[in-house]
Design a protein around this ligand. Structure first.
Ligand code: SF4
Ligand code: SF4
Length: 374
């Protein structure tokens, strides 16, 4: 039944973003969760429910916020904003899944959604003698929770720090004092906690005097460039791959060893569709004459999501995951290495390669570059 008060609440939370929808169903047909997995994701139906204020189905938690549907929508409906607004409603009406509530408590208590110890956040940097950004710095390297608490990514983080040192960049980190950027909180629909986190983080960032924040994860970078900027933060924000590309272009670091072989690039959604687009990564690899880039069947702006965005990273999956499909697509190109530029994609693809016995190496851009610099 249609209830006016509820309609008003839904439309306010979704910012009326769903109103342009004319129910063509292109989004449902485009959503990879529907056509690749066994999950239910009737996007068109969710948009309808948002328009008229009907109860929302629990499928709202399935979305990985990949934006693939959005770029095909003939009415340019901001589908992810509608879905995030609907999650807010679900959260406020106490229908959020238990695991969502748990990760919010983890962030509140430890500053990260993985439940890792606060005092172990900067373990990756042991022995590197990096500057504490709170002493003042030009560039703040924001590590993010995923890479800080996943040992497989520590090599990439250390590689990135070594490249920045080689380039003579004045950079610092917040070490154990760094806290979650709040993306999982936004995905959970908890807007009040998110406001607190953003306010505290902006104050902490501004105290460093940094002119630029270099984010390791494109998810954090997107938070800073959207929600943080809306809240008044002025600092320039770059994803690390963009920053490294500028260092290469400006000759601040130079290539040394001759990298060889076949690679393929897995474009993270938060770079290819949310961020600067897919060209930066390709520009970087064009500098390696002996590296052959083999594109996957869906790449660049059409890249298939690894399935981990929108807090899906914290879910237990049964059956085939999107990253399983993606690692198979990577293998089918004949590439030996799949390049990632996002910790979530990296973790998912690595896991899929291992569990499915797919013989493709998964490597972050930072790790690849560090191995091939003078
Ligand atoms: S593609 Fe756009 S207009 Fe069509 S049903 Fe989906 S949201 Fe509505
Ligand atoms: S954002 Fe991605 S996962 Fe979410 S509904 Fe759209 S296509 Fe599906």
């Amino acid at each position: 039944m249609i209830d006016d008060a509820r309609w008003e609440k839904v439309t306010n939370l979704t910012g009326f973003d769903g109103n342009e929808c004319f129910q063509c169903g292109v989004c449902t047909a485009t959503c990879p969760l529907g056509y690749m997995g066994e999950e239910d994701m009737d996007v068109r139906n969710l948009m309808r429910r948002a328009q008229i204020g009907l109860d929302i189905s629990e499928t709202v938690w399935n979305c990985s916020t990949c934006k693939l549907c959005e770029q095909s929508c003939p009415r340019q409906v901001e589908i992810v904003n509608v879905i995030t607004g609907l999650r807010q409603l679900e959260f406020e009406e106490r229908r959020a899944p238990d695991k969502t509530v748990k990760l919010l408590w983890d962030i509140y208590e430890t500053g990260n959604p993985w439940g890792g110890k606060k005092m172990e956040r900067a373990k990756w940097a042991e022995g590197l003698n990096l500057k504490d950004a709170r002493e003042g710095t030009e560039v703040l390297l924001y590590v993010g929770c995923d890479a800080a608490y996943n040992k497989n990514l520590h090599k990439s983080l250390r590689g990135l720090a070594e490249i920045l040192k080689k380039a003579g960049i004045d950079f610092g980190i917040l070490g154990n004092e760094e806290r979650c950027c709040g993306e999982p909180v936004r995905n959970a629909g908890e807007r009040y906690f998110l406001d607190d986190l953003v306010r505290d983080n902006v104050a902490q960032f501004e105290k460093t005097g940094a002119k630029t924040i270099v984010a390791f994860s494109p998810h954090c970078g997107n938070m800073f460039n959207t929600i943080y900027k809306k809240s008044g933060m002025k600092t320039e924000v770059k994803h690390y791959s963009d920053f490294l590309n500028s260092l290469l272009r400006d000759g601040k670091v130079t290539l040394g060893k001759e990298a060889r072989g076949k690679i393929t690039i897995h474009d993270p959604c938060y770079l290819s569709r949310y961020g600067d687009g897919p060209d930066n990564l390709r520009e970087m690899f064009s500098l390696f004459p002996e590296v052959e880039l083999k594109e996957m069947s869906s790449s660049g702006k059409d890249s298939l999501c690894c399935g981990g965005g929108g807090n899906r990273m914290f879910d237990d999956f049964e059956g085939k995951r999107l990253s399983d499909f993606r690692i198979e697509q990577a293998r089918d190109t004949g590439a030996e290495t799949v390049i990632t530029a996002c910790p979530i994609c990296n973790m998912n693809l690595l896991d899929s390669a291992k569990t499915n016995g797919v013989n493709v190496r998964v490597k972050e851009v930072a790790e690849f570059l560090e191995e091939n610099l003078k």
